[in-house]
Design a protein around this ligand. Structure first.
Ligand SMILES: *[C@@H]1O[C@H](CO)[C@@H](O)[C@H](O)[C@H]1NC(C)=O
Ligand SMILES: *[C@@H]1O[C@H](CO)[C@@H](O)[C@H](O)[C@H]1NC(C)=O
Ligand SMILES: *[C@@H]1O[C@H](CO)[C@@H](O)[C@H](O)[C@H]1NC(C)=O
Ligand SMILES: *[C@@H]1O[C@H](CO)[C@@H](O)[C@H](O)[C@H]1NC(C)=O
Ligand SMILES: *[C@@H]1O[C@H](CO)[C@@H](O)[C@H](O)[C@H]1NC(C)=O
Ligand SMILES: *[C@@H]1O[C@H](CO)[C@@H](O)[C@H](O)[C@H]1NC(C)=O
Ligand SMILES: *[C@@H]1O[C@H](CO)[C@@H](O)[C@H](O)[C@H]1NC(C)=O
Ligand SMILES: *[C@@H]1O[C@H](CO)[C@@H](O)[C@H](O)[C@H]1NC(C)=O
Ligand SMILES: *[C@@H]1O[C@H](CO)[C@@H](O)[C@H](O)[C@H]1NC(C)=O
Length: 471
């Protein structure tokens, strides 16, 4: 039995899960300028855009094609009760314990391909640096073809913030719902951009039998329910999928996941409706329910397990694998106690505090299919991982610290702390430990070094220390 908040991926990010919103008041989010080209620039770029139609046939344990479709902002019950989705559910397996990760939209999309949402807590323009890997790096190890189909993306490879309906200027395509374009490891390579396509390409690839083995489909802001309602999204899903479910080429060895980015009511548990469909669903499982705990990270872990791929060293490595896939490889999923889980707020981290470094992936992570972290990630991040694990230098000054111990603080430098009234306070330094008690802010100079191993206080106190000194 496992509680979600103590998942073994003890990166700074997950330790930070207990952040209180008060600590965010003082942070500054990372800033990115928005790409907002004019209509003429778009037309010009569209006339030059090239499109890939790559396919491949790499065998997997369960499926040879994985198609992910995301709808928007709907509570589980509302989705399950809709005519369109309840009718589709007869053809597949309903996942009734599938969780979105946070709010609002963009962090969920971001996490679905990168294994983390890096503390994003809004829908602004962002771009993760090139040294952050995605599922594409994993697929590339076996030359498994991949692509995206984003409805009304004005041209293949468009990186702008939005593309509105050119007559009504209503929201149509939006970058925040396009997971791969949020990563420079994708956008910095021209050939990758040729795989970021729209629905025109989807129907061409369907017709020409050039669908990629992994794809992510985003309907526009009308069809995904964002600017409309669940009935529109459910009807769109039924109309889009029903013809495909009787298309032999599409169905052959295919697994489709239809789900939602997040639920609508932030006060409810952020559980979303999810449905597995496609040619690999055995007849006896059609119309059934699987209550295994899954979340958006399962979209990556299930792909890893299916094609026996390495992992990203982020939450993907520890996420449950769809039972359909897990059963093929004797993978045992974790039972997760969700009694106290809501997934309705973020934490203080990289994207909402510009003083915090990128969290290093856990370079020793082994995923559910027994594979290590991708080699290129390991070589790039090993040092940073060790450093963030506590062997590094504390450089920051800060913040709300209550009680905690830094062990092995082999410092000879200055260590100081003040209480909430600004008075020098209870910080004692023994030979190798620094102890805080009832201090309000503390600073350790850049010579100090050590690991935080204990605290007498709740998680928010640990958080503050961690964030203070691991920057
Ligand atoms: C890193 O991954 C390894 C292997 O899965 C795991 O045993 C370890 O607990 C993880 N470390 C942290 C700090 O999460
Ligand atoms: C992937 O494709 C490249 C280029 O065609 C080739 O050199 C490489 O051997 C292929 N790798 C695998 C695992 O098939
Ligand atoms: C889709 O992308 C293609 C290729 O770039 C482009 O020619 C076409 O105009 C786009 N279609 C829509 C509906 O945006
Ligand atoms: C993006 O959205 C803004 C605000 O609705 C709109 O003014 C602008 O024309 C849109 N950009 C494009 C390229 O559609
Ligand atoms: C979204 O796409 C549908 C066609 O699939 C279209 O009818 C609708 O107008 C589009 N929404 C907007 C805002 O353009
Ligand atoms: C999260 O849900 C809890 C429990 O319903 C609620 O008390 C809290 O206000 C919610 N937080 C946010 C940020 O909406
Ligand atoms: C990753 O890239 C960011 C942004 O360029 C940089 O600050 C960071 O040091 C890099 N980390 C590693 C481990 O390469
Ligand atoms: C140290 O902490 C105690 C409470 O445990 C408090 O009464 C005392 O004022 C603190 N000392 C200083 C110097 O702040
Ligand atoms: C440092 O703290 C650890 C953990 O509480 C403790 O086991 C150890 O004895 C302390 N060392 C010193 C020199 O105080």
């Amino acid at each position: 039995m496992l509680f979600k908040n103590v998942l073994p991926l003890a990166t700074l990010a997950s330790l930070a899960n207990a952040a209180t919103s008060s600590s965010s008041a003082t942070t500054t989010s990372r800033f990115y300028s928005t790409i907002d080209p004019s209509a003429t620039e778009i037309a010009e770029a569209a006339s030059k855009a090239e499109t890939n139609h790559k396919t491949s046939n790499v065998q997997g344990s369960t499926f040879e094609r994985f198609v992910v479709i995301w709808l928007e902002n709907t509570d589980f019950d509302k989705a399950a009760e809709s005519d369109g989705l309840s009718s589709l559910a007869k053809h597949g397996i309903t996942l009734d314990n599938y969780w979105a990760l946070t709010h609002p939209s963009e962090p969920n999309y971001l996490a679905s391909v990168g294994g983390d949402y890096f503390a994003l807590d809004d829908d602004r323009f962002i771009s993760l640096p090139k040294n952050v890997s995605t599922i594409v790096d994993l697929l590339n190890t076996k030359n498994i073809s991949w692509g995206e189909y984003q409805e009304h993306l004005p041209y293949t490879g468009f990186q702008g913030f939005n593309y509105s309906n050119q007559e009504t200027f209503a929201n149509d395509y939006v970058r925040k719902h396009n997971p791969l374009v949020l990563y420079e490891s994708i956008t910095d390579d021209e050939d990758n951009l040729k795989n970021i396509k729209n629905f025109t390409s989807f129907y061409k690839d369907l017709e020409d039998h050039t669908l990629p083995q992994w794809s992510f489909i985003t309907p526009n802001m009308t069809n995904d329910g964002h600017d409309t309602n669940i009935n529109v999204a459910a009807d769109w899903s039924k109309n889009f999928l029903e013809p495909l479910l009787s298309n032999d080429y599409f169905m052959k060895d295919t697994l489709v996941l239809l789900t939602f980015d997040e639920n609508e009511n932030y006060a409810l548990k952020n559980k979303v409706f999810a449905l597995l469909l496609g040619g690999v669903i055995p007849d006896e499982l059609k119309g059934t329910v699987d209550s295994t705990y899954y979340d958006h990270y399962s979209e990556i872990s299930s792909v890893e397990a299916n094609w026996d791929l390495p992992n990203l060293g982020r939450h993907d490595a520890f996420a449950n694998v769809f039972k359909l896939v897990a059963d093929k490889s004797d993978i045992v999923n974790e039972e997760v106690d969700t009694t106290y889980q809501v997934n309705n707020h973020t934490y203080i981290g990289y994207l909402n505090d510009d003083t915090i470094d990128l969290p290093a992936p856990n370079v020793s992570a082994i995923n559910k299919n027994g594979k290590p972290v991708l080699d290129s990630i390991k070589s790039l991040w090993s040092d940073e991982w060790s450093k963030q694990q506590g062997d590094g230098y504390f450089t920051a000054t800060t913040t709300t610290v209550s009680t905690g111990i830094i062990s092995d603080a082999t410092t000879t430098g200055e260590i100081s702390a003040t209480d909430s009234a600004g008075k020098a306070s209870n910080i004692t330094s023994s030979a190798s430990n620094v102890t805080f008690s009832n201090t309000h802010s503390a600073s350790v100079d850049s010579e100090a070094k050590g690991a935080i191993i204990n605290t007498g206080m709740g998680a928010s106190a640990i958080l503050a220390i961690v964030l203070s000194f691991f920057m």
